[in-house]
Ligand binder design. Structure first.
Ligand code: CUA
Length: 339
């Protein structure tokens, strides 16, 4: 077969492989909910079933030869094989065709997954121990793991992903997308959800104590419902008091992963009733929890560590604006009044 004959053959592999290959397993995979997840499944299924077929043929050949050419009496020798060009060509050429098909199917889907459409909606995803925050730069909204990632259906969404501490990995199984969240670097992925629904988000890179709880949910809404949600969300945030804004930041900035507000000891000290209290520090001195101490602890958390705790917090210098720091201070103050 010449190159001229092979090229049209390759071009005939459908762009959406799932249209042509019905043996895609559905029951052992999560729901297929993005525009390219069917193609990912089909590429996987095609490679899988070709492997199964070759495995069976090879095992059958081993068993047959072991039986047919067994030694029948003492001292019996088989005649040496001197080579068979037709056979050698066949066992090189036929598997090569499969490898080329694997490559074409895989590469097409890979390129689909790598290149977001130009009109994609942008969302920034930031991983930290142990929260995902979702920032919508156009809409001016920030959400936490607990809120989930809210996106419109049938709309391409591009995620720009980073981390403020260690490696995390942003994984939405139903969309077949997974990307590392790397400190000091941006990675990106995109998807288009096929229909409304709720899908799991996992962290797929071991990142410490609460890695397995670094989960969230994608809420896919109808485009009209998404527009309404954006308007509602903005109206609700506009009418918040500073302490309520602080409470919201406390969630979206990931503070809640390490600091409780009910007195429970987590990775860091609980903030309940802490405002105005004198704290013992690791170096033996004490400090009063006032506005300045809270501000310093947000910007350079390692400066004054409360005795009994490890310096684990990432610095928020440059990540919080002045009015956001003030809102967080107001929230921490408000935790005293609730008693
Ligand atoms: Cu973050 Cu595992």
């Amino acid at each position: 077969m010449t190159a001229a004959a092979i090229l049209p053959l390759l071009a005939s592999i459908p762009a959406h492989a799932s249209d042509a290959f019905p043996l895609t397993p559905r029951w052992w995979l999560p729901e297929s909910a993005s525009t390219f997840s069917d193609d990912v499944d089909t590429t996987f299924a095609f490679i899988y079933w070709v492997d199964v077929a070759f495995f069976l043929m090879i095992v059958a050949a081993i068993l047959y030869f072991a039986f047919a050419y067994r030694r029948r009496k003492e001292g019996q020798r088989t005649s040496p094989v001197r080579g068979n060009h037709a056979l050698e060509f066949a066992w090189s050429f036929i598997p090569s065709l499969f490898l080329i098909a694997f490559f074409v199917m895989g590469f097409r889907t890979y390129m689909d997954m790598q290149i977001p459409p130009a009109d994609s909606m942008d969302i920034r995803v930031t991983g930290q121990k142990w929260n995902w925050s979702f920032e919508y730069p156009k809409q001016g909204i920030t959400l936490s793991s607990a809120d989930g990632l809210v996106v419109p259906a049938n709309t391409p969404v591009r995620l720009t992903i980073t981390s403020v501490d260690v490696l995390h990995s942003f994984f939405i199984p139903a969309f077949r997308t997974k990307k590392d969240a790397v400190p000091n670097r941006y990675t990106s992925e995109w998807f288009e959800a096929k229909h409304p629904g709720d899908y799991h988000i996992f962290c797929a890179e071991y990142c410490g104590d609460d890695h397995s709880r670094m989960t969230s949910t994608v809420h896919v809404l109808e485009p009209a419902a998404f527009t309404a949600w954006v308007a509602d969300h903005k109206a609700a945030s506009a009418s918040m008091s500073p302490a309520e804004r602080g409470q919201n930041l406390f969630k979206t900035q990931g503070c809640a992963a390490c600091h409780s507000v009910d007195g429970t000891r987590l990775v860091g000290p609980s903030l309940k009733g802490k405002y105005g209290v004198e704290e013992q520090l690791t170096d033996g001195t004490t400090v009063t929890v006032d506005d300045n101490y809270i501000r310093e602890s947000l910007e350079s958390p390692g400066a004054k560590i409360v005795a009994g705790f490890a310096p684990q917090m990432p610095p928020y210098q440059g990540r919080l604006k002045d009015d956001e720091i003030s809102a967080l201070i107001d929230f921490i103050k408000s935790l005293n009044e609730e008693e």
